[in-house]
Design a protein around this ligand. Structure first.
Ligand SMILES: [Zn+2]
Length: 257
């Protein structure tokens, strides 16, 4: 669902990759690799406000971590049922079953591990309402986290109210238990401009995606079919528009740590 926060409004096609890529080439940030981001003996936890954010934010990282002996916990805060308001094609009940299914299909494309090393949780919070549920979300996350976790989530200033609330709740929960927090811009790439002073570039690190992990991430993004098609019942365009998909196709991921 497109939402507005003050000066970080998500509307239109947003800033294109033609604009971002030259600037990001000149300002690459600190290089990191998956092995250093999530060291041996630590668990990678990804907290996604909506099913698809885990792939848009860190799909390439997950594909790389899947090759390493690392435990993973994927947390879906909501089931993403507010993405198509007023739609008869995508009523909330259909989204509640379809969007988590899309995520599972995407995880298969990323070759995520199965068995004891992999855990997924759906918290069932109400999509679109997370700003008012931050304390409850922080409490729920606190019960799931361990001090040695490395937690990836959406940046606290990402522009989407649910993304910002999830970032804030993760900050509270990780500060409480001692886990490491790494924030990831998702919608910020849409409303921000190259060199935008509202983004904390001094905290930026960059994970290069090798050909295999990039290919897997691109296939994983295609799993979110509910978000990729126009809705004839409301006349709304895709939630993930062409520019958003292009940003998810970059051969790198940027984190704020
Ligand atoms: Zn989202």
């Amino acid at each position: 669902m497109v939402a507005v926060i003050a000066d970080r409004a998500i509307s239109g096609l947003g800033t294109s990759e033609e604009e971002w890529l030259p600037w990001l080439a000149a300002h690459p940030g600190t290089p990191v690799d998956a092995d250093a981001l999530v060291p041996v003996g630590h668990r990678a936890v990804v907290v996604a406000p909506h099913p698809d954010d885990e792939v848009l934010a860190v799909g390439g990282l997950l594909a790389q971590l899947a090759r390493l002996p690392r435990a993973m916990l994927l947390v879906a805060v909501t089931d993403g049922t507010a993405s198509h308001p007023g739609s008869t094609v995508w009523p909330a009940e259909r989204l509640a079953s379809e969007r988590p299914r899309e995520s599972r299909s995407a995880w298969d494309s990323l070759a995520l591990p199965t068995g004891r090393e992999f855990e997924a949780r759906r918290l069932g919070f109400q999509d679109g309402r997370l700003q008012s549920l931050r304390a409850e979300l922080a409490s729920a996350l606190t019960h799931l986290l361990r001090p040695t976790d490395v937690v990836f989530t959406t940046w606290r200033q990402d522009g989407h109210p649910d993304h910002e609330a999830t970032g804030e709740a993760c900050a509270t929960a990780t500060a409480g238990c001692g886990a490491r927090l790494i924030e990831v811009p998702v919608w910020a790439w849409h409303w921000a401009e190259p060199g935008d002073e509202r983004l904390p570039w001094q905290r930026a690190s960059r994970l290069a995606l090798d050909a295999a992990s990039l290919r897997m991430k691109r296939v994983a993004v295609d799993a979110f079919t509910s978000q990729l098609a126009a809705d004839p019942s409301t006349g709304a365009g895709p939630i993930l528009r062409s520019t958003t998909v292009q940003r998810a196709h970059r051969p790198f991921e940027i984190f704020f740590s």
